[in-house]
Design a binder for this molecule. Structure first.
Ligand code: AR6
Length: 182
C-alpha cells in the first residue's frame, strides 16, 4: 500500500527490515545501544560488528541515548548504508508521555536522515514489541507523525514502513487509510 505525501512516496510493506535497500533503516533500540532482541538483534546480526563498534563509540561520548532521540551509524554489511538508532518509549499505560515520545522517535530519525542528505529510509514498528505499546495506538502515532513531517519537508524521496507480521501490517494499513483518506 502506498501514497504520495507532498513529494515523498510513503509505502507500507510486510517484510524484514534488514533486507531493505533504502539509504537508512531505523533500529528500535534501547538506551544502551548495545543490541537486544527483536528488530535490534536482527539488525546487529545482519549488519555485523561494525555497527556495535560505532554504537560503543557514541555511548562513550553521550552515556546513554534518551528515549525519543536518535543517532546514526554505518550500516555495516547491510544493503542500507546507514542505521538510525532510536529509542521508543516503554508502554506504561499511556499517561507517561508515551505518544509524544513515540512521535519524537519518528521525527528525530527523519531529521537525521535529512541532515545527512539521505533520500530514503525504512522504519519498523517502534515500541510495539518488547516495549509493549498497543499496536493500534502506535500505528496512528507512527503514520501521523511521518505524514506531518513529510508535509513540511520534501527532501526525502521514499519512506517505507517495513512491518514484520500480518497484525502489524493490518494496523498500519488502517492508520494510513484513515489519515491519508485512501
Ligand atoms: N524487520 C522488521 N520488523 C521486525 C523485525 C525485522 N527483522 N524483527 C522484529 N520486528 P521490538 P520495541 C518487529 O521488540 O518494542 C529490543 O530488545 C516486531 O515484530 O524489536 O521497540 C531492543 O534492544 C515488532 O512489530 O522493538 C529494546 O530493548 C517491532 O519490530 C527493545 O527490544 C518492534 O519490536 C525495543 O522494543
Amino acid at each position: 500500500m502506498e501514497t504520495i505525501v507532498n513529494k515523498t512516496r510513503l509505502s507500507l510493506i510486510r517484510g524484514d527490515i534488514t533486507a531493505q535497500e533504502t539509504d537508512a533503516i531505523v533500529n528500535a533500540a534501547n538506551s544502551s545501544l548495545m543490541g537486544g532482541s527483536g528488530v535490534d538483534g536482527a539488525i546487529h546480526r545482519a549488519g555485523g560488528p561494525q555497527i556495535l563498534e560505532e554504537c560503543k563509540r557514541i555511548i562513550a561520548q553521550i552515556g546513554h541515548l534518551p528515549t525519543g532521540e536518535a543517532v546514526i551509524t554505518t550500516g555495516g554489511n547491510l544493503k542500507a548504508r546507514h542505521v538510525i538508532h532510536t529509542v521508543g518509549p516503554v508502554w506504561h499505560g499511556g499517561k507517561s508521555g508515551e505518544p509524544q515520545l513515540l512521535a519524537s522517535s519518528y521525527r528525530e530519525s527523519l531529521k537525521l536522515a535529512v541532515e545527512n542528505g539521505l533520500k530514503s529510509i525504512s522504519f519498523p514498528s517502534i515500541s510495539t514489541g518488547a516495549f509493549g505499546y498497543p499496536l493500534k495506538e502506535a500505528s496512528k502515532v507512527a503514520v501521523g507523525t511521518v505524514m506531518e513531517f513529510l508535509k513540511a519537508d520534501s527532501s526525502l524521496e521514499v519512506v517505507v514502513f517495513v512491518l514484520f507480521d500480518q497484525a502489524t501490517f493490518a494496523a498500519y494499513s488502517q492508520a494510513l487509510q484513515e489519515l491519508a483518506g485512501l
